[in-house]
Ligand binder design. Sequence first.
Ligand code: ATP
Ligand code: PAF
Ligand code: BAL
Length: 294
Amino acid sequence: MILCRTIAELKNELYSIKHSNDQATIGLVPTMGFLHEGHASLMRQSVAENIASVLSIFVNPMQFGPNEDFERYPRDEARDLAIAKENGIDIVFMPEVKEMYPSKPRTSVMISQLTERLCGASRPGHFDGVGLVVSKLFHLVQPDRAYFGMKDAQQLAVIQQMTDDLNIPVEIVPCPIVREPDGLALSSRNVYLSAEQRQQAVVLSQSLALAKQMVEEKGITPEELIARVKAKISEAGQAEIDYVEWLTYPSLELPAWNEPIADHSEKYILALAVKFGSTRLIDNALFVPNTRGE
Ligand SMILES: Nc1ncnc2c1ncn2[C@@H]1O[C@H](COP(=O)(O)OP(=O)(O)OP(=O)(O)O)[C@@H](O)[C@H]1O
Ligand SMILES: CC(C)(CO)[C@@H](O)C(=O)[O-]
Ligand code: BAL
């Protein structure tokens, strides 16, 4: 496994791969590091489907708001490199901020509509930063496939839209959410939770499971579903709800609010963002026609 800290090193390594095999397919797994089993599942899928796999580790300042956790975002380079190697990654691209942004970028990548709700509304400018860095990574690596987790379902929809709108020749591969045995979705930010908050955070996946049950009950409307999910989350002492939304997926539009969900024909997402103290966690479940959710 090769570690590249500069764009020049990355380009050299990619050139060598392509030079030795011009049919070589490249998979890209973009991350912000502090790797866990969720990231590892993306890496394994990339390794299984491509001749060579690039893992990027970059805590992108452009996607953090002024009062967010950019400075204290967890980092552990040695551990990340060991996990990348164990999972068969060929190249780790781990640039400094000044390598990715030698000066303040004057170009913005603004993806409209899909970013109006959910994390786009709670974190103004967040998806502009994500769009910018992911398009830079796509241009630098020129992957055949890029792997994104469904935990960040809005991000996945936004990146797919950006890729389609800009005709970027990469296949976006959605990967399922990896969870702890008690249901909590793996996230680098889980490390911020106190023991008590960690116990309370299980309410996220529990409320998604409750929603699946309720959608099976004929007659429930999005309005009732959201009220009941919010009530369930509020049972966890310190939980402060940022949003609970029921939207079409991947178009992220509001469906008819007062009409029963049963027998729906579209794909929907129930998306949650909840704060436990200062730690904001997200989770979601997809509901496909005539099923109880994924
Ligand atoms: N539990 C998970 N299951 C599957 N994919 C995941 C999971 N957690 C993160 N990912 C995916 O890994 C990629 C990199 O995410 P990132 O480095 O932000 O990790 P994270 O754990 O989501 O961090 P954060 O706590 O900052 O949200 C994204 O595509 C993300 O969706
Ligand atoms: C896609 C990404 C690596 C861009 O910084 C980030 O938003 C993430 O880790 O999901
Ligand atoms: N996992 C999405 C990256 C972020 O929270 O900034």
